[in-house]
Design a protein around this ligand. Structure first.
Ligand code: 3PG
Length: 307
């Protein structure tokens, strides 16, 4: 009997686990659950015998792959797959997938919520401001970026976007103004919402030069990855520009310094919660389980990211 391991340091909602179990057992496989593990050795042990693996942001390192003698497929239930060692998967002929779009709405809603939180002085007393009429720059117009733009238009924000991989006419059709380069986006927008993946091109790419271009009262909203921020340069520009704000769903490595230096001008969620809704867990978890069954039964490699 084939075995599917769900290894989630940050577990799915129960309804999602029930749905995953249903798909896996209906296919005649066994579900193995490893939740809230604290020691990576538990992960190495649990993965030993399994044919398939579902994770969230759990790091699937070469060590995990080496320990997984029978592994044929790993699915990251979510969008960003920077936590998967793709080279190690490819070397072992293991298919790696993500589940694009499945948790996007949850992340988009959080990005908007974070903008309001910062616009209203982190809910402390004092005069805040409104999103209406402000310019929002969407940095990468993928699944989450599109939804952030759509919701922001409901707030009557003016939405601009930069994404070299998305046709500009698609943005225009959605009522979004495309800009030609990233510098233009940062110079024009009071709010910037980050939706770029973390990879060799993007790591530490958001720093002093871009942020210094933001208009007065600028606010950077990060529901993407902490790795894309140049943290030292973030400190430098926030020291120089008393008006800038930074809100993030992924605490910076130097978050304690940011908090101490900038008080309510910065905010980080205590634990990454962009995709922490029952709906997102169900959408992404069930999609991951179904993708595994489709691959193991029919060789379907849709959503493979290590082709
Ligand atoms: C993603 O890339 O899908 C999000 O960052 C969600 O991550 P999570 O599954 O760890 O909440």
């Amino acid at each position: 009997m084939k075995k599917v391991l769900v290894a989630t340091e940050k577990p799915f909602a129960k309804a999602a686990v029930d749905g995953i179990r249903n798909i896996i057992e209906k296919a005649g496989y066994e579900l193995v659950l490893l939740e809230k593990y604290v020691d990576v050795n538990e992960f190495y042990k649990a993965v030993e015998e399994v044919d398939a693996l579902i994770v969230r942001s759990d790091k699937v390192t070469k060590e995990v792959i080496d320990a997984a003698k029978n592994l044929k497929i790993v699915v990251r239930a979510g969008a960003g797959y920077d936590n998967l060692d793709l080279a190690a998967c490819t070397t072992r002929n293991i298919v790696a997938m993500n589940t694009p779009g499945q948790n996007s709405n949850a992340v988009a809603e959080l990005a908007i919520g974070m903008m309001i939180y910062m616009a209203r002085n982190t809910f402390k007393s004092g005069t805040g401001s409104e999103l209406k009429g402000k310019k929002l720059g969407i940095h990468a117009y993928g699944n989450v970026g599109k939804l952030v733009g759509k919701i922001a238009k409901g707030f009557e924000m003016e939405v601009l976007a930069f994404d070299p991989f998305t046709p500009k006419d698609m943005m225009v059709q959605n009522g979004v103004t495309p800009v030609d380069n990233v510098e233009e986006l940062y110079s024009k927008c009071q709010y910037i919402s980050l939706h770029i993946p973390a990879n060799e091109q993007t790591k530490k790419s958001i720093g002093y030069d871009l942020l210094s271009k933001m208009p007065k009262g600028g606010c950077l909203v990060n529901t993407a990855r902490k790795e894309v921020i140049n943290e030292e340069e973030l400190v430098k520009i926030m020291e120089e520009r008393q008006d800038l704000k930074y809100v993030t769903d992924i605490a910076a490595d130097n978050q304690a310094i940011l908090n101490e230096k900038f008080g309510t001008r910065v905010f980080a969620t205590p634990k990454k919660m962009g995709a922490e809704t029952a709906e997102a867990n169900i959408n992404a978890g069930l999609a991951a389980a179904q993708q595994i069954v489709n691959f193991l039964e029919k060789g379907d490699t849709t959503f493979q990211v290590n082709k």
